[in-house]
Design a protein around this ligand. Structure first.
Ligand SMILES: [Zn+2]
Length: 291
């Protein structure tokens, strides 16, 4: 990937379609609930993009993207999308796409072993965690063998934080617990793994200030601005993006829930300073991913 040929790098896109077989029972309802929350008609009709569709879409727009599945087999019972498959398609589209992977920390040492293999053999650059969807506190010691492997392999972590569309409006919230996604738990992870880069995803509502505090205090913590239209960014997020954290904020859409077209057009209308925009859209990611 040559960033100079691209207008931006989207650090947060999802591979939502299971491969190697039909969707699991209940998966369509789960996706439809999320589509309703994000007002995303494609998801509601079961028309989610494949990884290759995603690459085509981003190439047309000259926007690079980091893509990942989410392994939540233990908590939801849905089979995960193969990390190897995502990495293979990303490699075929390496001008535009970088693969992250996802391993449920509940997989313990087997997960740590998988992480090393994915980095060494499949060029995986980072790992996505979703504490609410995976049902764990990020500072749970059970997750540490996996973090150790990721840190040693020089890969990056990205954690969902704050409110989620997953299970929103569904009976009992589909048993999803919001508490796990408080970004303050990342402060422990950042202290215990000081050489591992951590991205706290999204505006973190209702814990925006916690996320800003952790990212200000820990040099290895970054924030991605995905999952929300910039129209709704809290003023304090914009204030920090313009000042203290201008080298640590990253553009992300949360595709396919939010399209980069929508995100970028709403971003134009925010109070983010002119000189900070290129940092958020591309330059901070260039440094973080050493591109
Ligand atoms: Zn996400």
């Amino acid at each position: 990937m040559n960033l100079d040929d691209l207008i931006a790098l989207d650090i947060h896109t999802h591979a939502e379609e299971p491969c190697c077989g039909p969707r699991d029972d209940g998966y369509d309802e789960f996706q439809a609930g999320m589509a309703k929350y994000f007002k995303n008609p494609a998801g509601a009709e079961g028309m989610l993009p494949t990884v290759q569709d995603t690459a085509n879409y981003f190439r047309e727009r000259r926007i690079g993207c980091v893509i990942f599945p989410v392994d939540s087999e233990r908590e939801t019972g849905f089979r995960r999308y193969s990390n190897e498959e995502v990495a293979r398609i990303a490699a075929e589209n390496s001008d535009i796409m970088l693969p992250f992977a996802s391993i449920d920390p509940a997989k313990g040492r087997a997960g740590a072993r998988e992480a090393r293999r994915l980095v060494r053999e499949f060029g995986v650059r980072g790992f996505k965690f979703h504490p609410t969807l995976q049902g764990f506190y990020p500072n749970d010691r059970a997750a540490y063998p996996l973090y150790e492997a990721i840190e040693e392999e020089g890969a990056i972590t990205l954690f969902h934080t704050g409110q989620t569309g997953v299970g929103a409006g569904m009976r009992g919230g589909m048993n999803m617990r919001l508490k796990y996604s408080n970004p303050m738990y990342l402060d422990d992870v950042a202290a215990d793994f000081p050489d591992m880069k951590i991205i706290a995803a999204h505006p973190s509502f209702p814990w925006q200030e916690e996320a800003l505090s952790v990212a200000t205090h820990k040099p290895n913590v970054y924030i991605d601005m995905s999952g929300w239209s910039p129209k709704y960014f809290p003023p304090i997020l914009v204030q920090y993006a313009n000042t203290l954290l201008k080298h640590k904020m990253l553009f992300g859409s949360d595709w396919p829930a939010i399209t980069p077209d929508r995100w970028l057009s709403d971003f134009e209308k925010t109070e983010i300073r002119e000189e900070v925009r290129p940092l958020i859209l591309k330059e901070n990611a260039r440094r973080l991913l050493a591109l």
